[in-house]
Structure formats: structure tokens, C-alpha cells
Design a protein around this ligand. Structure first.
Ligand code: NI
Length: 382
């Protein structure tokens, strides 16, 4: 048994290196999907026939009766040039698994292999969802467009966590990531000669005033006890030095935990844009582009995950909540879920070129996830 586990660990590490060397961006995860499929087939794990361009869903059929559960593993990489110095660094220029999704893939594969081994004790089926396009914030919808989630009663999600050592899990109930929304404001004035502003209606000072005013949504409108932010991340206007432009454009993101705050931001952005524009004698229109909602961990699932982790030998710390987002939350609009942070060794944070995952976490993570899915005190016998 011990020897088998060692052999499994070696295989998982080798496959992990392959995924790390071969990153693919959102919705382009063709080779990644084929590699996952070939590993699962080789290990005798069933892949569900579902209409997905990239990504796939594996199933382990429990021999005991119980609820259908899912484990979500996202599979896409980022457009970042790797500088980790790892011997198995990305072999593709400008692309890198800098968010640890290669680790999510391998933890999911390892968990599927272990669950398959244990299926006579598994209560209910387990679907392992290898999801595309998480970095777009909307990839979960591709899975939800299929019928694969229809019979699932609870879902688990994981994320690599470079703020914690291997052996540490971050788990908390309640909100753990924010709703991720985007807005674009288009300002339209009247362009004219830079020396004769009185001949036109300049959108630039209006845009500047708008940036300032938008910040007051956080400080004056939102309950001060609620985490929320707005960032204007792009301002564009004009293309030369002596012409007052006709238009200007602002773009940015809003992050909230509370549903009502989310609606409040949309309403206030529209009001501030319209009235500020009017004060400067120009027009403004707002596009609100809704992304994924906030991730909310079911209290019972989180308690069970903590208990299981401690019994299994992990150190559990409160999961630091973040105004980052994860489209895992789309699944939770339908069923209870719990999103866990797995310590992958301290180092550069995610989305940075020097981000690394300590490979010693792979087997324990896979074992822990399998134990979670098996339920009860099965950890003793795994
Ligand atoms: Ni990620």
C-alpha cells in the first residue's frame, strides 16, 4: 500500500510537470483536456460525454447510496512570461500556470484515482469537473450550460495558496471571494482646438471629476462594515496635444461581497456618470458588465472540511477573504459549496512570474480531497 502510494505520488508529480510545461490560455485548453482525458482513460476512470469545447467531466460511481458531489478544478493558464527558474518551467513563450491551476488539475486527477480505488466505500457518485476559462470569470457557465450539474447536491472547490506552507489549509464559512463586476463609462462632449476650449465641451475634466466622485461610493454610500471597492483602471481620451477630444472613456472594476451593495454600485455609478456629465455640459453612458457573484462557503460543509482536515493532520487556519473573485460562485447559486485554500509553499503570489507550487503538496491534497468526498472517518483507512 505504502509502495503503491509512493508510485502514485511519482506519477502525479510527473504529470504535474507536464501540465506546468504546457500552459494554455482560457478556452484554448485543447492539449490540456486531451492530456487529462488520456490519463483518466489509462487509470480506468470514466469520462462523461458532454458538449464541451475544452475541459471535461470525470465520474467515479460510488457503490454505496449517497448524494452526488462534485469537485471543481479549473485548468487554464495566464498570459505571463514565467520567471520561476523551475527546471520544468513553461515551454510556451508568454504563457504560464501562474495561478496554480496545473496543481488543481493534478489534485483532481489524484483524487479521482484514489476515489476510484475506494469506490466500494464511496457513498454516491463524484463528478470531477475540469473547468475551462476560469481566468475569464465566466468559464463555470460553460459547465452549467451542460446538464452535468443537474443531479449534483454539493460542490467542493480548491485554490493554491502561496501565503501558506504545505500542510496548512485555509477554510472558513461565509463569504470568501468577491463579486467581480466591470463597468465602462463613455463620455461624449464636443471636440475643438486646444487653444479654444470655449468652442467645445471638454470630456477630460468631466472624466477626472468622475474618477474622484466614484470613490465616494465606497466612503459615503456603502455600509462601512461591508468590504467593497471600486478601481478605475483605464482612462482614455484624445490622441494629440493641441486638440480637445470629443470623447473620453473610463473603465474599471467593482468588488463586493453583499448582493445589495452590488446593486447599489451599479445604481450609483449610473447616477454619478449622468449627473457629473451634465454638470460639465456633456453626455455619458454606462455599460455595467456583470461577472461572477461572491463565493459563499456553506457553514456545515466548511465545518466538516475543517474537522476532516484536522483529523487528517493538516493545520487549519481561517481562510483570508479576498476581493479577488472566482467563478466557482456560479455553481453556488444553485447548490451549496465550499471553496478551500491549500497551502502550496510560501513565495510570490498568484499571477506573478515567479509563482511556484511545492510539489510535495500534491499527494496529501489529493488524499485529503478524496477523504472529504468519502465522508465520515474514512481517512483512517485510506
Ligand atoms: Ni486561480
Amino acid at each position: 500500500m505504502e509502495k503503491d502510494r509512493k508510485a502514485l505520488e511519482e506519477k502525479l508529480k510527473e504529470w504535474f510537470e507536464w501540465f506546468h510545461r504546457n500552459p494554455e490560455l482560457s478556452y484554448e485548453e485543447y492539449e490540456t483536456t486531451e492530456k487529462i482525458r488520456s490519463i483518466l482513460e489509462q487509470e480506468g476512470i470514466e469520462v462523461l460525454p458532454c458538449e464541451l469545447e475544452t475541459g471535461l467531466v470525470a465520474i467515479v460511481r460510488g457503490e454505496e447510496r449517497g448524494p452526488v458531489q462534485a469537485l471543481r478544478c479549473d485548468i487554464d493558464a495566464l498570459p505571463i512570461e514565467e520567471e520561476s527558474g523551475l527546471p520544468y518551467s513553461s515551454g510556451i513563450a508568454g504563457k504560464m500556470h501562474a495561478c496554480g491551476h496545473d496543481f488543481h488539475i493534478i489534485a483532481g486527477i489524484g483524487c479521482a484515482i484514489l476515489a476510484q480505488e475506494q469506490r466500494e466505500r464511496l457513498k454516491g457518485d463524484v463528478k470531477i469537473i475540469f473547468q475551462p476559462g476560469e481566468e475569464t470569470s465566466l468559464g463555470a457557465l460553460k459547465i452549467l450550460e451542460t446538464d452535468v450539474m443537474d443531479d449534483v447536491e454539493k460542490i467542493w472547490g480548491i485554490h493554491a495558496d502561496p501565503t501558506n506552507q504545505v500542510g496548512v489549509l485555509g477554510i472558513s464559512g461565509g463569504y470568501v471571494t468577491a463579486a467581480v463586476d466591470r463597468f465602462v463609462i463613455e463620455l461624449r462632449g464636443v471636440g475643438c482646438h486646444g487653444a479654444h476650449p470655449d468652442d467645445g465641451a471638454d470630456p477630460v475634466p468631466a472624466a477626472a471629476a468622475m474618477v474622484q466622485a466614484l470613490q465616494t461610493i465606497v466612503t459615503r454610500n456603502v455600509n462601512p462594515f461591508h468590504p467593497a471597492l471600486i478601481s478605475v483602471t483605464r482612462i482614455q481620451a484624445g490622441n494629440t496635444w493641441n486638440v480637445i477630444p470629443e470623447t473620453a472613456e473610463l473603465e474599471g472594476t467593482v468588488r463586493t461581497m453583499d448582493k445589495e451593495d452590488r446593486a447599489l454600485f451599479e445604481r450609483r455609478i449610473r447616477e454619478i456618470a449622468r449627473h457629473t456629465a451634465a454638470a460639465f455640459g456633456i453626455n455619458a453612458s454606462v455599460r455595467w458588465i456583470a461577472g461572477s457573484p461572491a463565493t459563499y462557503n456553506d457553514g456545515e460543509m466548511a465545518d466538516y472540511a475543517v474537522k476532516t482536515a484536522e483529523e487528517y493532520g493538516f493545520c487549519v487556519v481561517p481562510e483570508e477573504s479576498s476581493l479577488g473573485g472566482d467563478d466557482f460562485s456560479f455553481f453556488e447559486e444553485k447548490i451549496p459549496g465550499c471553496y478551500l485554500k491549500i497551502g502550496t509553499g510560501r513565495g510570490q503570489t498568484i499571477h506573478q512570474p515567479g509563482f511556484r507550487v511545492d510539489r510535495s503538496v500534491i499527494l496529501p491534497a489529493a488524499e485529503y480531497l478524496c477523504v472529504l468526498l468519502l465522508g465520515g472517518d474514512s481517512w483512517r483507512k485510506l
